[in-house]
Design a protein around this ligand. Structure first.
Ligand SMILES: *Cc1c(COP(=O)(O)O)cnc(C)c1O
Length: 229
């Protein structure tokens, strides 16, 4: 528990520090998303007790087990993993946010299978570093896809998500995050959208991400310790 508390305090301190250094407006805060994949419900509970409410999961079966076993009414569950099309229904029915929408087909299925009172919050995943093995829209693909996704009735396109190629170079980290921020700006203008979310930054690059306007930081190991399974 004290380990969890220390890690939680440490990450929040880094976020606060980076936020202050960036000179960003307080109206545009950063949300810490605790990535609980391969961590037990007990650990989720410990963080919950400390006030954490946003949790991210990547593997559907594992996530559903935890969601069903927990009785929290105020946890916001985010799906951040790769999406197979036969899993969209359960994702749409069990999560508040989906960060990893990476193809038009997935967006169409999520919209068709979702039935909540408010639209499902989604981010479009962008393959910002153009790595061949990574999922995500390329910049040219997203411009075509977004016009169709905008027409889908049950989705709120909240923003963009990326997992840039890892590097220790702060300047290179910033370049990728800046590209994502500028892409969102450009798409907002071009399509008259109101995207407000940049899901970018992990434990090794959260400072660069916050400097470039990240609104959701996704942290796993640095909060929970090594993954358990
Ligand atoms: C696992 C994961 C994270 C967190 O990674 P850690 O190394 O555990 O901090 C963040 N984003 C995505 C998309 C992930 O799959």
């Amino acid at each position: 528990m004290s380990n969890t508390r220390n890690r939680f305090d440490h990450i929040n301190h880094r976020i606060k520090q980076a936020f202050e250094n960036s000179g960003r407006s307080l109206n545009n805060p950063v949300t810490l998303l605790a990535v609980s994949k391969h961590h037990s419900l007990d650990k989720i509970h410990s963080l919950y007790e400390l006030g954490q409410r946003n949790f991210g999961e990547s593997y559907l079966q594992e996530a559903l087990k935890k969601i069903n076993q927990s009785s929290y009414s105020d946890v916001i569950w985010h799906f951040i993993g790769p999406i197979q099309s036969n899993k969209t229904k359960e994702i749409a029915q069990n999560f508040h946010w989906v960060h990893s929408v990476d193809r038009l087909k997935i967006a169409k299925r999520l919209s068709a299978q979702y039935s909540g009172p408010k639209p499902l919050n989604i981010c479009l995943q962008v393959n910002i570093s153009l790595e061949p093995q990574k999922s995500g829209f390329t910049i040219s693909e997203i411009t075509t896809a977004i016009e169709e996704i905008m027409q889908l009735p049950n989705l709120a396109i909240r923003g963009l998500m990326a997992i840039p190629k890892p590097t220790d170079d702060f300047r290179l980290q910033k370049v990728a995050f800046q590209q994502l921020r500028e892409l969102m700006q450009q798409l907002n203008e071009q399509f008259d959208l109101n995207m407000d979310t940049l899901s970018m930054g992990m434990s090794g690059d959260l400072e660069a991400a916050i400097t470039e306007g990240s609104t959701i930081i996704r942290i796993g190991t640095a909060l929970f310790g090594p993954r358990e399974y």
